[in-house]
Design a binder for this molecule. Structure first.
Ligand code: ZN
Length: 190
């Protein structure tokens, strides 16, 4: 990636909304999965924004990406002592561009959605419901499932201006409904 590209970053007012959204998203995810505080800590993740990201943690066309790091205990030869750490890398420039482009979209509810979505990915990696590296078609199916779970979680949360966010992600919900149809059809066939 070319160095020296100036990408938009959250200003201090936007950072306040982002931090608030991260806190609310963590609470929603914790409640949804009925996690205790220690279970929440075991997810072993962090959330960072552009000003804290290394060049390889920045992507152009996603709102966030998860980078997995391996931490291994010193002096240990056992693979089982390795602990994965998930870094949720928020892509300020892409998020701000979307908020600017879609006038209905507000930063705060959009951020709650994005962070909930990424945390659900982390939960599913931790539960081995999903491998970190998968082929593109499997990744697409997982995206559909995670968008659906995010929507289910947020429907009950009663967050202001969330409806335009659901509209923004409407194609994922359509894909989920089509996926259900495909599964029903397969059942019919057997
Ligand atoms: Zn995703």
């Amino acid at each position: 990636m070319a160095e020296g590209i100036e990408r938009a970053k959250f200003d201090s007012q936007q950072m306040a909304a982002v931090n608030q959204a991260v806190g609310v998203a963590e609470e929603l995810v914790s409640n949804f999965y009925k996690f205790s505080n220690s279970q929440m800590r075991q997810l072993n993740y962090d959330v960072k924004t552009a000003s804290q990201l290394a060049p390889h943690e920045i992507v152009e066309d996603h709102f966030a990406q998860i980078v997995r790091y391996h931490a291994q205990k010193r002096d240990s030869l056992l693979e089982t002592d390795a602990a994965d750490f998930y870094l949720i890398c928020l892509q300020d420039h892409a998020i701000l561009a979307a908020v600017e482009r879609f006038s209905q979209l507000r930063l705060y509810p959009f951020m709650v959605y994005i962070v909930c979505h990424e945390l659900i990915h982390v939960v599913r990696f931790r539960r081995f419901l999903q491998h970190f590296h998968v082929p593109a078609d499997e990744r697409q199916l997982e995206e559909i499932r995670v968008h659906h779970a995010t929507r289910e979680m947020l429907k009950k949360a009663n967050i202001e201006a969330m409806e335009p966010v659901f509209t923004f992600y409407g194609k994922w919900q359509e894909a989920f409904e089509q996926m259900d149809e495909i599964m029903v059809n397969q059942d019919d066939a057997t």
